[in-house]
Design a protein around this ligand. Structure first.
Ligand SMILES: NC(=O)c1ccc[n+]([C@@H]2O[C@H](COP(=O)([O-])OP(=O)(O)OC[C@H]3O[C@@H](n4cnc5c(N)ncnc54)[C@H](O)[C@@H]3O)[C@@H](O)[C@H]2O)c1
Length: 426
């Protein structure tokens, strides 16, 4: 039997879940790293207890006997962590975003190329069962050519629920501009249609001062971003990155020249439509059905995000074992993420078109090598953007106060005892 891939996880929020899923695809979770000790200890107990070594220091964690690292720290700080892991000779699966700035994208692509290690980008939405079925249909040719698409991800939250996800005003979820968290919407478009964006026009629905969901929280970002993307086939796509509108979920739709297919999270069944003049009268124009994972992957369905997380870990492990190209490699990761950064730049200039560079081309990197344009408040200097197109959104003192109380209660939960997991049924 093949030797298990020894994996460690940085960041035990989302990362703890991915560590558990990694074990389902034959990896062995041996180490965890997080700077918050009670949270780290709780994750260790939940995931396996004594057999897992814990670290609060990332450099020391990388000295552990590991083959691979799952990077799930703050979404805006993945690149420094990935570079350190690659330099230490580890394979890396990075959570989204791939990078915060275009200069980081250049650093990332060059570090991955020089390392000879696997870099897998854990964008999971393309692996949900509906997206995998749309990939299958599209690649079979029955839909014809892709012409126009829409993909949106909406995630509203009360001040109470936000306080479980945001640790303070400097946390990325409080300030990341609304166009940035775009890979859950651009990812499925790229993976289903095998296209890449070449141009983006960005637009923003600004912060709503009449919405208590916003004013009662410590979020300083806008309501929604809209990225009109031209793909390399000239197909057009309207992408909405993680937006704080109402009605949580994904909505993904592809219009092709032999039919359409769409998935709306409110209705888990996939809808596929063909015009009678394209397919003849014997075939029903509409099919509404619940797709299934292939037999070999039935176990995936019980893991997170409708099974999608399983496939991230599966394809990461597969690339390591086979020495093959990862399904979502560093070039795709950068394409998926760039539209959010460049789209914000476009929105701040009234929606002007901006070319999306292809970093497979080494010459294309030069223009961006020193482009550290960033909305991170801690890096603020003249010329850097605010989290909102309206500028610096003030946080109401009473919202800050109630946040502090909610957060205190949430953090108290990190120390709550955890019952270790029951051994899996054989
Ligand atoms: N694909 C998905 O469905 C999905 C869902 C949720 C989160 N995510 C992604 O997963 C990542 C983590 O998300 P989260 O919700 O857990 O975020 P989070 O910001 O709540 O947690 C990050 C964790 O990393 C730890 N950390 C940060 N820097 C560290 C350092 N230098 N050393 C040690 N520990 C450090 C923090 O203490 C924290 O526990 C993000 O990139 C996010 O975008 C993806």
């Amino acid at each position: 039997m093949a030797k298990a891939i020894r994996v460690g996880v940085l960041g035990v929020g989302r990362g703890a879940h991915l560590g558990a899923v990694a074990e389902k695809v034959g990896m062995e979770l041996v180490a965890l790293c997080d700077s918050i000790e009670p949270k780290l200890e709780q994750a260790r107990r939940r995931l396996g207890g004594e057999r897992i070594t814990t670290y609060t220091d990332y450099a020391r964690f990388l000295e552990h006997d590991l083959d691979a690292v799952i990077v799930a720290n703050y979404a805006t700080e993945h690149v420094p962590a990935v570079l350190q892991a690659l330099a230490a000779g580890k394979h890396v699966m990075s959570e989204c975003l791939a990078m915060l700035t275009m200069a980081e994208a250049v650093q990332l692509v060059e570090a991955v190329e020089a390392s000879g290690r696997v870099y897998f980008f854990a964008e999971n939405v393309p692996f949900n069962v509906q997206c995998q079925e749309m990939t299958r249909l599209y690649s079979s040719g029955v839909m014809g050519d892709f012409l126009y698409g829409e993909a949106e991800y909406i995630h509203p939250g009360t001040p109470q629920s936000s306080a479980t996800l945001i640790s303070g005003p400097d946390h990325w979820r409080a300030w990341m501009p609304t166009t940035y968290y775009c890979t859950h919407s651009m990812g499925p478009v790229m993976m289903v249609t095998q296209t890449r964006p070449v141009r983006v026009n960005g637009f923003v629905v600004p912060y709503d001062f009449k919405d208590p969901m916003k004013t009662g929280s410590i979020s300083r970002k806008d309501m929604a971003g809209i990225l009109m993307c031209t793909m390399d086939t000239q197909a057009l796509v309207k992408v909405m990155p993680c937006a704080t509108l109402r009605d949580h979920g994904y909505r993904i739709r592809f219009c092709c020249n032999r039919g359409t297919m769409e998935y709306n999270q409110g209705e888990p069944r996939l809808r596929v439509h063909h015009e009678p003049f394209d397919v003849g009268p014997s075939q029903p124009p509409n099919r509404l059905y619940m797709p299934e994972f292939p037999e070999a992957f039935k176990a995936a369905a019980s893991t997170g995000h409708g099974g999608a997380d399983y496939f991230c870990c599966h394809y990461f492990a597969k690339a390591i074992r086979e020495g093959s190209a990862p399904l979502i490699d560093v070039y795709k990761a950068i394409d998926m993420t760039s539209v959010g950064i460049l789209g914000y730049r476009s929105a701040l200039q009234g929606g002007v078109p901006i070319e999306v560079p292809d970093f497979r081309d080494r010459d294309a990197r030069e223009r961006y090598r020193h482009d550290d344009w960033s909305p991170d408040p801690r890096r603020r200097r003249p010329g850097m953007p605010w989290p909102s197109v309206l500028g610096d959104i003030p946080i109401a003192p009473e919202s800050l106060q109630s946040f502090a109380e909610l957060r205190r209660r949430h953090e108290a939960g990190f120390s709550t005892p955890v019952t270790p997991p029951a051994p899996p049924a054989r």
